[in-house]
Design a protein around this ligand. Structure first.
Ligand code: C2O
Length: 556
């Protein structure tokens, strides 16, 4: 196995999109950032130097970080942020993961421009469980604002309202032909007739689930979230923010140029969203050239599902299967039922209404089991847990919601006003954990891509409406459910995930819509050390961002 050493300099960089030049925060001046390629079993060492004016951390989305929680990255969860002028070296080994992951900033909305692909090839000497494709192309789907994303979220926080929606979607940082001032830079994906290309599709958008398709072509889906899948054929895939999907495309159509497209699956009822389409071009090498002086030959048009095409999204997510019999935990030690949804905090009398722009003089919030998660601001939770620092969190995150009711219809008012607190849920090393994630329709029914750090989990079932254990246990797939790190919760529905808590540390589980994480849609699992070195967290790196010793408020 190899060790790969990289330097990431986080810095302001001039980036021109949609006719305007911005001072965007990037890594090494690249947007999207550098692609990291490793083999399963390799070690990554990435020194992050912060030359920007914001605090930053980098998260390696989907990397399990076995015993190396210190390198996971979410700010104030596993580390204090890297201050402007500071640096931190993330070091971790890839253990039994193959496929496509990605990395992104995990601090406020910086990930809008600070992200890149992380490709894990098979272990040295082994190969894919499918014929080796001729080419491989990472395709990062992103979201672009015509304003500084950090200002967008700051303004929303100030008003208590919903942040402005984005102005474009992007593929590898480019909006594509359908947007102003963008067509010259549209991303071209080359292919030879008859050849195959493994498209590693990553949804790096902040707030939007996306459909993805290529005109006139079918895909074979072979993996998601760096786990292989039982291959199946489809013409469209759907990805929630945080999710990745590996598809093989074969150049079996007449030589030409074909649009690759992504557009929103905006299943939320009533919430505003950016309803535009980003495109790239799949270009056959022998595609006819335009006649001299004639304009370019238009690519073959792409047809995407309608933004509310829940049937197509559901057909896709419920088609995913593990390639062979999976080791799904059966006897469960820890069973949680967790509501996932929005809330509205009434503004105290006297608060000027411009700070309370959600309906009826309220501020938007979001919660799990009626707890709206608040990040600590002085220590990271991992440090507090490891060093036994009191007063940073409490261990009373409830395993069940405070009221049992109709979550997707007439939701109990008791679930509208969450408590704002830093509560964690502790589990013993090796516990078999089941979490029923139940969406609520407080204010609006929305989709929630729920991401768990430090683990992959099996999605054993999902459905619409209220989860009913008696009725729905019959639907559990305990044979070959898909393994993922992000579960796209059906709108007004539920999903059941299972995992074995074999990775000690402090792990955040949150909605990967950045607008929701800012409102508190997160919870924390603390997985305690087991017995012996292989079941215990490694010691913290010496350059972990904390302030000089003796100062109590370590993160300041
Ligand atoms: Cu991809 Cu906590 O994030």
């Amino acid at each position: 196995a190899e060790t790969h050493v990289h330097n990431f300099v986080v810095q302001a960089t001039k980036v021109k999109r949609l006719c305007k030049t911005h001072n965007s925060i990037t890594v090494n001046g690249q947007y999207p950032g550098p692609t990291l390629e490793v083999n399963n079993g390799d070690t990554l060492v990435v020194k992050v130097v912060n030359r920007a004016q914001y605090n930053v951390t980098i998260h390696w989305h989907g990397i399990r970080q076995m015993r190396t929680a210190w390198a996971d990255g979410p700010e104030f969860v596993t580390q204090c942020p890297i201050r402007p002028g500071g640096s931190y070296t993330y070091k971790f080994t890839i253990e039994n993961q193959e496929g496509t992951l990605w990395w992104h900033a995990h601090s406020s909305w910086l990930r809008a421009t600070v992200y890149g692909a992380l490709i894990i090839h098979p272990k040295e000497g082994s190969s894919y469980p499918f014929p080796k494709p001729k080419r491989e192309t990472p395709l990062l789907l992103g979201e672009w604002w015509d304003a500084n994303p950090m200002d967008v979220i700051r303004e929303a926080t100030r008003t208590g309202g919903s942040p402005n929606i984005s102005d474009a979607y992007t593929i590898n940082g480019q909006p594509g032909d359908l947007y102003n001032c963008s067509s010259n830079d549209t991303v071209i994906v080359p292919i030879d007739s008859g050849d195959t290309n493994l498209l590693r599709v990553i949804n790096a958008a902040l707030n939007q689930q996306l459909f993805f398709t290529v005109a006139n072509h079918q895909f074979t889906v072979v993996g998601a979230d760096a786990s292989y899948l039982k291959p199946f054929t489809t013409s469209v895939i759907m990805l929630g923010p945080g999710q990745t999907t590996d598809v093989i495309i074969t150049a079996d159509q007449p030589p030409a140029r074909y649009y690759i497209g992504a557009s929103p699956y905006a299943s939320a009822q009533g919430a505003p969203f950016d309803n535009t389409t980003t495109t790239a071009i799949l270009e056959y090498k022998t595609a006819p050239c335009p006649a001299k002086g004639g304009g370019p030959i238009k690519p073959v048009n792409v047809t995407l599902p309608a933004f509310n095409d829940t049937a197509t999204a559901t057909r896709f997510t419920t088609s995913l299967r593990s390639p062979s019999k999976a080791e799904v935990p059966t006897e469960i030690d820890e069973s949680l039922f967790v509501t996932v949804g929005l809330g509205l905090i009434p503004c105290p009398p006297g608060v000027r209404s411009r700070n309370c722009q959600a309906p009826n003089n309220t501020r938007f919030t979001a919660s799990m089991n009626n707890v709206s998660f608040v990040l600590p601001s002085n220590f990271s939770l991992l440090q507090a847990h490891q060093q036994g620092i009191p007063g940073v969190f409490t261990t009373d995150f409830p395993a069940n919601p405070p009221v049992k009711f109709d979550y997707t219809g007439n939701v109990s008012r008791a679930l509208w006003n969450p408590v704002q607190a830093t509560k964690v849920y502790k589990v013993k090393y090796g516990s078999k954990v089941e979490v029923v994630l139940q969406g609520t329709s407080i204010f609006v029914a929305e989709n929630h891509p729920i991401h768990l750090h430090g683990y992959d989990f099996y999605i054993v079932a999902e459905g619409f409406g209220n989860f009913d254990r008696k009725r729905d246990t019959a639907k559990f797939n305990l044979v070959d459910p898909p393994m993922r790190n992000t579960a796209s919760l059906p709108v007004g529905g539920w999903a059941v995930i299972r995992f074995v808590a074999d990775n000690p540390g402090v792990w955040i589980m949150h909605c990967h819509l950045d607008v929701h994480i800012g409102w508190g849609l997160a919870m924390i699992f603390i997985v305690e050390n087991g017995v012996g070195e292989l079941q215990a967290l490694n010691p913290p790196p010496t350059d972990l961002p904390v302030q000089a010793t003796k100062v109590k408020r370590l993160c300041k």
